[in-house]
Design a binder for this molecule. Structure first.
Ligand code: XMP
Length: 509
């Protein structure tokens, strides 16, 4: 295992990704972790991440300097290197101009950390402070025109520092260096695979739960489905999944899920029909935040009522992913402004007093998909595009009525069929229809129509934080529009949303 100490770098997740790509497990911890706690985790190596602070600022994050005496190899990156240097008696200063972007890296010798690395290659720099004196025992191992100590090492103690970022693709030989650190310096083995992860998790969950019971809120999305199957494989029928049909789902969604998860994968699922409850509470509501709050509140009511029926439950299982965990613990992760009150099955209240099982909490989305594959989940479930907790309610602008839900369901069904047939489904982050609250005039078979407008939204994205509208071919868009207007009763106009995020968001509400 590799321990990454998070000094607040924007590239933290990238470091973790890189380590895992080499089939080595890694975990991110905050700088507050003590040397004793580090020792107890038994990492084979420690990576100190970069960060936006300056080492001499009063509140800059600091790790326990005792970690350098544990005999565990350390790689300090950017701020991480500066922290190591300052902690061990060197000096770091703000000198000259800050260095940002590409620089030519010249290494002294192609060995150890630099084994197989070219004498000259480009690297990616992003720092304001520079090291002006190395601590005793350290030697310079690479330089750039601007930075004398671009890399340094205390080889005998296995302490390494790089001022540039080996984890970003712009550092030409970065992967090779990280690989050298993991395999040659730390002696890590390629043991992190989804097969080994699944096996280990199944054992851990069995041990944690014992003869007790667990519940899980199943949404039908990838994360909660994979978590459910993993836990089911571990504790079988002691896990009860609760699927709440809020009446805001896509066409035949609950039925499809019944077939895959209940009939094929034998999960113990309670399907709760709470459609009337949700739709009644949403009647006449048009404000997006009000809709979201109502849906969140009723979901919790329904879920709690169901959970009470299953007696003596001790555990609540959730499909929380690593990016959610990292974001909520990040050193500089202060409260951000509320843009939308997100609702999902993960947000169940603390007052339920249940212990948590979060088996995916160290995985990234694509790792969850691999795990799903390993566990035998069907392809169409694994590759599902994300669907928001509040469902179609936030895709129907204005009032939600059974008729309007029906129109959007038919649009959505047809759109996804076209997107899948044309081979775009996996390439797009999301693709869906939005029902607008205005009508427009049209002409059909010599008759005047006055009907609804539908907007098509299709975006590409890596993580939903930013997104771009998909440049779908005009001909294809024309075909979709044609089919919707001809086949979905109540729609006479289709428009295509060409806004990116930011400044827009993916969903309309
Ligand atoms: P926005 O609209 O904020 O959406 O750009 C970003 C991503 O989050 C999804 N989304 C939600 N997911 N509960 C969820 O589980 C929610 O309340 C919710 N609102 C938006 C959205 O579909 C997109 O993938």
């Amino acid at each position: 295992m590799i321990l990454i100490i998070d000094f607040g770098s924007q590239y933290n997740q990238l470091i973790a990704r890189r380590v895992r790509e080499f089939h080595v497990y890694c975990q991110i911890e905050l700088p507050g972790i003590s040397a004793e706690e580090v020792k107890a985790l038994k990492p084979e190596g420690i990576i100190l991440s970069g960060g936006p602070a300056s080492i001499y600022e009063k509140n800059s994050p600091k790790a326990d300097r005792g970690i350098f005496d544990l005999g565990i190899p350390v790689l300090g990156i950017c701020y991480g290197m500066q922290f190591m240097v300052a902690a061990l008696g060197g000096t770091v200063q703000r000198v000259g101009k800050r260095e940002y972007g590409f620089a030519e890296l010249e290494i002294k010798k192609s060995e150890g950390f630099f084994e197989g690395v070219k004498k000259k290659s480009s690297c990616w720099m992003s720092h304001g402070d520079s090291i002006t004196k190395l601590p005793a025992g350290f030697k310079t191992t690479a330089s750039t025109a601007n930075t004398k100590f671009a890399a340094a090492a205390y080889a005998r103690k296995k302490l390494f520092g790089v001022q540039y970022h080996p984890e970003v693709v712009h550092t030409q030989m970065g992967k090779k260096m990280l690989r050298n650190f993991l395999y040659n310096v730390c002696g890590c083995k390629r043991s992190w695979t989804m097969k080994s992860f699944a096996k280990q998790s199944i054992e851990n969950i069995r041990e944690q739960v014992g003869d007790k019971k667990a519940i899980l809120g199943l949404s039908g999305g990838v994360d909660s489905s994979v978590a459910a199957v993993l836990i089911h494989n571990s504790i079988g029928k002691k896990l009860t999944c609760i699927f709440v049909d809020n009446g805001l789902l896509r066409k035949n969604e609950a039925e499809k899920l019944k077939i895959t998860l209940k009939r094929h994968l034998h999960l113990n699922i309670r399907f709760v029909n709470a459609r009337t409850q949700f739709l009644k509470a949403l009647a006449g509501v048009t404000d997006p935040e009000k809709k979201r709050k109502i849906i969140g509140r009723i979901f919790i009511q329904v879920f709690e009522a169901q959970a009470r029926k299953i007696r003596e439950v001790d555990f609540l299982a959730q499909g929380t992913l690593y990016p959610d965990v990292i974001e909520s613990v990040s050193v500089f992760g202060g409260p951000t402004s509320v843009i939308k009150s997100h609702h999902n099955v993960g947000g169940l209240p603390k007052k339920m007093k249940l212990k948590l099982i979060e088996p995916l909490k160290y995985l990234f989305k694509d790792e969850v998909r691999l795990l799903g594959k390993e566990l035998g989940l069907p392809e169409d479930l694994i590759w599902r595009q994300p669907f928001p907790g509040p469902g179609l309610a936030i895709r129907i602008i204005g009032e939600i009525t059974p008729r309007r839900l029906n129109i959007l369901r038919n649009v959505d069904d047809l759109l996804l069929e076209e997107i899948k047939n044309a081979g775009y489904y996996k390439k797009l982050w999301q693709s869906f229809g939005v029902l607008l609250p205005i009508k427009s005039v049209g002409v059909m078979g010599d008759q005047r129509t006055y009907e609804n407008i539908v907007a098509i939204r299709a975006v590409t994205s890596k993580d939903a934080m930013t997104a771009d509208w998909a440049r779908l071919p005009h001909k294809f868009l024309g075909q979709i529009s044609n089919r919707i207007i001809n086949e979905v009763k109540g729609v006479n106009r289709v428009v295509y949303d060409i806004s990116s995020k930011p400044p827009s968001t993916i969903e309309w509400e």
